[in-house]
Design a protein around this ligand. Structure first.
Ligand code: DX5
Ligand code: ZN
Length: 229
């Protein structure tokens, strides 16, 4: 029973970083069957962040495998622009990047759009929101990191909650349909607080893939969100 985006107001985005990579296609099928709205795809380069993951060939392999759910590519790479067309061709839906990793943030946003994908900007815990001043009107997604990027399974940084509220305020004021996404340390027991602060899209890696029953975990997350909605 999958739930395409648009059906649920709040989207759950399992991060494949915590999946069993030896059987990735089946792991993605399993979270889609469990109710995932979006597949979060973490791309790390051992340069911008101190870890190395997967690239466009793996995204393309998931599409060939039959994954139809939107794919939310989170680029933790520098430089950014070289790899954008490859991910667009590989079937990415959203492509998000860190402003510190791009020489020309406006150019990168337009590059993502020109290649038929939805652009997102990512904020590390210490990255100020003034990067939104001249970009929000071009974005489809704002991703707030609630850990420092590079690894799954880290502790949620609660200091991000006021930042979520401020992004929600700016998005509402813009009148545009921009997703407000949170990434890092999201669990059943804190997802309600993040939703109450104004997030509508929730990345969860270890909380879902580390649990014995993906569907039960996603349901528990939706119930915790509904309790504060
Ligand atoms: C961290 C990644 C996250 C990570 C989240 O750099 O961007 O998407 O997979 O994993 P958890 O939910 O385990 O913190
Ligand atoms: Zn991520």
């Amino acid at each position: 029973m999958s739930s395409p985006p648009g059906q649920n107001a709040h989207w759950i985005a399992p991060s494949i970083l915590s999946a069993d990579f030896s059987r990735l296609g089946a792991e993605v099928d399993a979270v889609v069957a469990a109710g995932a709205d979006l597949i979060h795809f973490d791309v790390m380069d051992n340069h911008y962040v101190p870890n190395l993951t997967v690239g466009p060939v793996v995204c393309e392999a998931l599409r060939r495998h039959g994954v139809r759910t939107p794919i939310d590519v989170h680029l933790m790479v520098r430089p950014v622009d070289r790899i954008v067309p490859d991910f667009a061709a590989a079937g990415a839906t959203y492509i998000s990047f860190h402003p510190e990793a791009s020489e020309h943030v406006d150019r990168t946003i337009h590059l993502i759009r020109e290649h038929g994908c939805r652009p997102g900007l990512v904020f590390n815990p210490a990255t100020p929101l003034n990067w939104l001043d001249y970009t929000l009107d071009q974005l489809d997604l704002v991703l707030l990191m609630s850990v420092n990027p590079g690894f799954g399974g880290q502790q949620f940084i609660p200091g991000v909650l006021p930042k979520v509220r401020e992004v929600r305020r700016r998005v509402t004021a813009s009148g545009r349909a921009v997703r407000v996404e949170i990434d890092g340390g999201v669990k059943v027991d804190n997802i309600g607080a993040v939703a109450a602060a104004g997030a509508d899209t929730f990345v969860a890696g270890s909380a879902i893939y580390g649990s014995p029953d993906y569907q039960a975990t996603i349901r528990a997350m939706r119930a915790a969100i509904a309790a504060v909605a």
